[in-house]
Ligand binder design. Structure first.
Ligand code: GLA
Length: 393
């Protein structure tokens, strides 16, 4: 459907057929939150929703992109970006909004000496924007995939994820980790991806039959670029600095044990201590959840997710009353094994795992409970694990 919409949209707008179509999925993280920028572990998967991008190369140096969702057509001259690839990115007129991600990716690819060329792109998405399913990473990686295909360049998902992350950091001003971009680029159908964010090694974790992943959108928009995310990150860095005074081998919270943290307790603030403790305790959870899924032990899997949520709520302080209400409503249903906020927090979505035959009644229960407790509507996305950014036609 989405693919057809992109194809038709392209033809209508640019008056010629698209050369190809890329689909880039959103992602949902099963566990391992705020661990990626601490060199730790995460366990995301691709979702069935995403962005379809119809593309065709041009003969000049213009990158022109139409987003059907905004709706808006924007363009830039690659030559202008090219002049600045070694210096500061030229953010004038490009900062903010969806096009910043597009410009950022083109800038980042040129900076890596990739010979991208003028391209027309028409894109359409069925991912809720800014809801914690990584619409921005899907856009970045999708644009990279389309630009690479239009210029006949080789596709390396890991390298593309790093370029997309650079774009997000430089052009959108979010000091994000690598999880979203790597998940969107490398996800595997039917699997979650256990990622070591230090080595960038990944392990495919098959999801058990009979289990379904449900995402509940709180409907509360969060702005990732607000200070809260970068502020958490700075807390982590301050703690690492203190621990390093006694343990110089430590380079990230991933290397810090509870005992090391306790040694430094007197020299860090109470907030920083709690935040670091979350990261240290969250870091083993992706492997624990992967093992539980491997054994089809859904109760253990669910407990790990609930522990993660409690820690994000009480220690890292990134939950909201709406997310807590969704987790509470989902996890009190007998067919649901566990639930937690997913993504950065401060609004966005909750992810739950449930027995497949129970999904309908779970969605009904959570919808009613959310309306009753928060006076809001939730949108539920029931999804299988989908493959990463790919050419679909
Ligand atoms: C956002 C960032 C990710 C990660 C999560 C929290 O989604 O883009 O890199 O830090 O928040 O786990």
């Amino acid at each position: 459907m989405l693919v057809e919409q992109a194809r038709e949209g392209f033809k209508e707008l640019f008056g010629r057929p698209a050369a190809g179509i890329v689909f880039a999925p959103g992602r949902v993280n099963l566990v391992g939150e705020h661990t990626d920028y601490n060199d730790g572990f995460v366990l995301p998967m691709g979702v069935e929703r995403g962005i379809a991008l119809a593309y065709a190369p041009r003969t000049d140096d213009v990158l022109r992109v139409h987003s059907a969702d905004v709706p808006q057509t924007r363009d830039l001259l690659l030559t202008q970006l090219r002049h600045r690839v070694t210096a500061e990115p030229d953010r004038r007129g490009q900062r903010g909004g969806w096009f910043a991600y597009v410009a950022g990716v083109a800038w980042s690819m040129l900076g890596a000496a990739m010979e991208i060329r003028g391209t027309d792109i028409a894109l359409v998405s069925d991912l809720p924007m800014g809801a914690g399913l990584s619409s921005s990473a899907a856009l970045e990686v999708g644009i990279a995939r389309a630009l690479a295909a239009a210029a006949d360049l080789e596709w390396d998902p890991r390298a593309a994820a790093l370029l997309a992350q650079r774009a997000e950091r430089e052009f959108a001003g979010v000091a994000c980790g690598i999880m979203d971009q790597l998940a969107v680029a490398s996800a595997k159908e039917g699997h979650a991806l256990l990622i070591d964010c230090r080595s960038l090694e990944t392990l495919d974790v098959p999801l058990p039959h009979g289990m379904t992943v449900v995402v509940f959108d709180s409907g509360v928009k969060r702005d990732l670029a607000t200070s809260a995310y970068n502020d958490r990150r700075e807390s982590c860095e301050r703690v690492v600095e203190q621990v390093r005074l006694r343990h110089p081998q430590v380079t990230a919270l991933r290397d810090v044990t509870r005992a090391m943290l306790d040694e430094a307790q007197g020299s860090v603030s109470a907030d920083d201590y709690r935040r670091a403790l979350h990261v240290i305790e969250e870091n083993p959870r992706p492997a624990l959840l992967a093992a539980a899924l491997g054994k089809r032990d859904l109760s253990a899997a669910g407990r790990t997710m609930l522990d993660s949520h409690a820690s994000l709520r009480d220690l890292y302080a990134v939950s909201t009353p709406e997310l807590d209400a969704l987790v509470e409503a989902a996890s009190s249903h007998a067919g649901c094994h566990g639930a937690r906020l997913t993504g950065a927090g401060f609004g966005g979505c909750v992810v739950a795992i449930a027995d497949t035959p129970e999904v309908e009644s779970l969605v009904a229960r959570v919808t009613d409970a959310y309306r009753a407790t928060c006076g809001r509507e939730t949108r539920a996305v029931v999804t299988r694990a989908s493959a990463g950014a790919r050419i679909v036609s």
